[in-house]
Design a protein around this ligand. Sequence first.
Ligand SMILES: *Cc1c(COP(=O)(O)O)cnc(C)c1O
Length: 294
Amino acid sequence: MNINNIYIQDISQICDNKLNINILRADVLDPVVSGNKWFKLQFYVRDAITAGKTTLATFGGPYSNHIVATSTYGASMGLHTVGFIRGEKPVALSPTLTDALENGMTLHFISRQDFEQKEKIISHNQDPNWAWIPEGGYGVTGAKGAKSMLTIKDTTPFDTIICAVGTGTMMAGLIKAAAPHQKVIGLSVLKNNISINAEIKALLTPEESKKDFEIIHGYDFGGYAKHTPALVSFMNDCYKNMELPLDFVYTAKLLYGVQDLASKEKFDPTSKILIIHSGGLQGNRSFKKGTLCF
Ligand SMILES: *Cc1c(COP(=O)(O)O)cnc(C)c1O
């Protein structure tokens, strides 16, 4: 894990060079511990160690970037990890869960119904040595970690920061980090997730809530982790033309959305845009071999 590997790539060609568009390549941090998950986890892990905990416990789906990141990060810090996984145990484990197991994570499969009641899961699994991390790293602690994504490189020349939004924890961190001349735009990858605005604000101070930010809906491609042939061919084009690998759950929808918004003149022609590549490439392993050219 070396944050010095992270760099900024000019991808203005995605809008025929009509705008200045760059991307922060946080995906290169690690192929599995995708960019933003490591950042969101850092203070949860530090706090757990400070409190003398031996185990990280968290939640996620069978392809969860957060689950595999927690298993890798926890193991690297000498902590045990426990993952409560949504749904019945499948006959064949996903590559994500196989990695998590190999990293030493204990997996508990929870029916979809019971998975919705996280408080119950926590109360049935009380252990003083465990530190619980909310699903997706959602929380002020996660946002504080994501804040440092904007300080790895000099991001002050940019006036528009754009990211994908799941739980909104990363976006909250970027809003915290944003300078007065910067606007943060988030593209939601969940369908009609109208509560996201309040969920992000819950992670901000009243002062931070007054900063310039906007959440855009409509680029979910049918919902979380859904995809279409158009999205897949967009991903292949981005790789062929710019050597830019994208994941289908978050960053492909993000880039597609930015290109579409640019074509609709959403952005001022003088704006300097920085897109956040938050990683997630491990999730592409759920595609059939040969679907993607990378
Ligand atoms: C989890 C994830 C996100 C969403 O982050 P949130 O903080 O939950 O909004 C975006 N991109 C990638 C690649 C992710 O894995």
